[in-house]
Design a protein around this ligand. Structure first.
Ligand SMILES: Cc1cc2nc3c(=O)[nH]c(=O)nc-3n(C[C@H](O)[C@H](O)[C@H](O)COP(=O)(O)OP(=O)(O)OC[C@H]3O[C@@H](n4cnc5c(N)ncnc54)[C@H](O)[C@@H]3O)c2cc1C
Ligand code: FES
Length: 258
């Protein structure tokens, strides 16, 4: 069950354009961890009414305080306020929210992260004990964050950049295609990143008949299924809440043309 905790910032560093923060979150992981891919909802500033959703990058049960790391980029007022917090400051954090990826610890998965969608895939790599392959994509080399962490926790890491400054010159879905055609042993493809990337990755996985789960990013309001701000169109014509029903969906559920 989701809990609200005052959480102390115990580490903070810059990784490329993003901020990597570790928080002491009391018993939050023990109380509410379901699977990698969940998110926390952080109150960002006194005057701002709304919390901001940030994915869990990695987390660990510990006594007396569980540890949780997040990685975020400054986009607007809320994330700017968050980036201004210092070591020892406390944050009002609600979590863990959402469903996370449906994956087996003993499974073998192809993890695909694009840009600021890279961090939650690290939790999937750690959960599956080093068996995963990670494909990390970004506009340029400096957008490929946490590569060293993925190398520690994955069997194989491949990178793609739009400008060719690191790894494959082009989009991640070309690497997904290459990997799935060379290796039929994956239990699934798990992806987080911008919607066009998710759509292309889902299409390739479907061609190969491999199950694919995607973490959708929609703007959020209440974060508890009450306001419809985060509604996502489904292939069957229904609308689901990213905050409550997601953020992770089976790729075949999503209406990619919406
Ligand atoms: C489930 C989930 C997990 C997320 N995980 C991360 C993460 O790990 N790291 C990270 O850096 N960001 C993550 N985000 C995005 C993050 O929540 C937004 O960047 C943040 O809420 C922006 O708030 P702000 O007050 O700084 O900017 P605002 O002033 O609210 O918005 C600034 C700009 O960002 C756009 N924007 C705001 N929220 C979103 C959104 N959810 N999706 C797309 N565009 C948005 C706005 O339209 C606007 O153009 C996640 C979002 C969701 C829904
Ligand atoms: S954010 Fe309000 S319903 Fe999802």
């Amino acid at each position: 069950m989701k809990v609200e905790r005052e959480c102390k910032i115990v580490s903070k560093e810059q990784v490329g354009d993003a901020v990597y923060m570790t928080l002491e979150v009391g018993d939050m992981i023990r109380a509410s961890f379901r699977a990698p891919g969940q998110f926390v909802h952080i109150r960002c500033g006194e005057g701002l009414l709304l919390r901001r959703p940030i994915s869990v990058c990695s987390c660990m049960e510990d006594e007396p305080d569980d540890l949780l790391s997040i990685v975020f980029e400054v986009r607007g007022e809320g994330t700017r306020w968050l980036a201004g917090r210092e070591l020892g400051d406390s944050l009002d954090v609600l979590g863990l929210a959402g469903n996370g990826f449906d994956l087996k610890p003993e499974g073998r998965y192809l993890l695909v992260g694009g840009g600021i969608g890279i961090p939650p895939m690290l939790g999937c790599a750690q959960y599956t004990g080093g068996r995963a392959t990670a494909i990390l994509g970004g506009r340029s080399r400096d957008k490929i964050i946490l590569e060293d962490f993925f190398r520690e926790d994955c069997a194989k890491v491949l990178c793609a950049t739009d400008d060719g400054s690191l790894g494959h010159h082009g989009f991640v879905d070309a690497l997904v295609r290459r990997e799935l055609s060379e290796d039929r042993g994956y239990d699934g493809v798990l992806a987080c990143g911008p919607k066009p990337m998710l759509r292309n990755v889902a299409k390739v996985a479907e061609e190969f008949g491999i199950p694919c789960q995607v973490s959708m990013e929609e703007r959020m309001g209440c974060g508890v299924g009450a306001c419809l701000v985060c509604a996502c169109d489904m292939a069957d014509g229904s609308r689901k809440h990213v905050c409550k029903d997601g953020p992770v969906f089976d790729s075949r559920e999503v209406d990619w043309d919406a």
